[in-house]
Design a protein around this ligand. Structure first.
Ligand SMILES: [Zn+2]
Length: 416
């Protein structure tokens, strides 16, 4: 008797690579990169191609009021929650061929492998392409996964406009109008598990010579805007003791905040923007506006520095006044142990080297993590370069990632 075949034996690396090259023609840049804004005509073409590939192997397309695209392969028990895998097909204006696309095409390759083997999984399996992951046309990003998971409400998101004044609502309507008979579903479909393959966008895997990253979690971020208000005065006549110098106060704050974020050594704290008003050499600064970007994998560290920042701006303001606004808070998260171990086991069973890695960047898997067991599979990208026309991944690494995804999905889709 022949050895039992794994689903990954049916993954076709050449087809996977050819599809990356085919999708890259929609929004192709002259320099080899991709410019495919979310909900644009170029993305509509890529979407139509995905639907055509899916229909050719019997998958059923669905969409929703965020224009998220799902391609469903029915399970033996259609009433069970599906396993979902994918990522996004929008790009940055200076994007590459692999960011997001790899996750969607690896999921399509998994469905193609299931069809080629001719055995239905217990649960349905769905491929997803989330709307506006990148946030470059409409800021912020992650719109599709935010709406699907209920992190944000439709009314809050649809009025957001791009640089030409077109709203997300209008752009979604035009994409949906261009779809060929794709039924609309409600948000919040129960999901059994979510797996997102992605290029690493860092160089840990490449430097280690390891093709598969088992993503342990996503680093948390807090972002702030701080306004220090003093009073303009003549640099030659106003006595130091009488001044309300907003820049001197801001400098005291920034120095103390920098010191508070020295430990542990991998705490990332950046003051990347500083605006001084009136910004004139002989005028005591009346107002300073600056940013803080704070990141660390351990929420306890982020929370401790957060408390220090809030205390320091009050302590160091002197006779100025201060306003602190936190504009973003995404906690650090650890992906589900069951998904991480399924990825580790699938890689080991095929003899593909794998290691744990951490994601410094955000992904749609962050949103999904709050509604179902979620995880990510990273593959190396050359030099860690991404959001750049030179973004590059080796075909054999993409194949390895798709093979691991296929066996992970098969395991999850046959678990009751
Ligand atoms: Zn991405």
């Amino acid at each position: 008797m022949a050895a039992p075949q794994r689903l990954s034996d049916f993954v076709d690396g050449e087809r996977l690579w050819a599809r990356h090259m085919a999708l890259a023609t929609f929004g192709a840049r002259a320099d080899g990169g991709v410019d495919r804004p979310t909900l644009s005509p170029q993305e509509a073409q890529a979407r139509a191609q995905m639907i055509a590939w899916g229909r050719a192997i019997g998958l059923e397309p669905f969409t929703d009021k965020a224009a998220n695209l799902f391609l469903r392969l029915e399970g033996r028990d259609p009433s069970l929650a599906p396993v979902v895998a994918g990522s996004h097909i929008d790009s940055q204006p200076t994007g590459g061929k692999f960011d997001g696309v790899f996750g969607v095409l690896a999921a399509l390759e998994t469905a193609a492998a299931i069809v080629a083997r001719g055995e239905q999984p217990l649960r349905p399996f769905e491929i997803v392409a989330w709307t506006n992951e990148e946030g470059s046309r409409f800021a912020p990003g992650m719109t599709g996964s935010d709406l699907f998971t209920g992190t944000k409400a439709l009314e809050a998101v649809l009025p957001i406009r791009d640089a030409d004044g077109i709203s997300i609502g209008e752009a979604v309507a035009s994409i949906l109008a261009a779809d060929d008979k794709v039924p609309l579903r409600a948000f919040g479909l129960p999901i059994a598990a979510y797996v997102e393959p992605h290029i690493e966008q860092a160089s840990v895997l490449e430097e280690a010579g390891i093709p598969i990253g088992i993503v342990s979690g996503i680093q948390g971020t807090r972002r702030y805007r701080i306004r220090v208000m003093g009073e303009a005065a003549h640099a030659g006549t106003a006595l130091r003791k009488d001044r309300r110098d907003a820049l001197m106060a801001a400098v005291r704050m920034i120095r103390a905040i920098d010191e508070a974020a020295m430990e542990p050594a991998d705490t990332l704290l950046t003051v990347g923007m500083l605006q001084v008003t009136p910004n004139a050499p002989s005028v005591v600064p009346a107002e300073v506006f600056f940013s803080i970007d704070l990141r660390h994998p351990d929420n306890a560290v982020v929370d401790r520095v957060d408390a220090a920042i809030r205390r320091i701006v009050e302590e160091m303001k002197g006779n100025c006044s201060v306003e602190l606004k936190q504009i973003q808070h995404s906690p650090s998260l650890n992906f589900a142990p069951a998904i991480r171990s399924a990825i580790a086991e699938a890689a080991a069973a095929r003899g593909i080297p794998a290691m744990d890695v951490y994601s410094a960047a955000g992904h749609d898997a962050r949103q999904l993590h709050y509604i179902c067991p979620a995880g990510m599979i990273f593959v190396p990208c050359r030099g860690g370069v991404s959001h750049n026309p030179d973004e590059w991944a080796e075909p054999e690494h993409l194949t390895a990632g798709a093979q691991v995804l296929a066996d992970v999905v098969w395991h999850l889709a046959n678990s009751a």
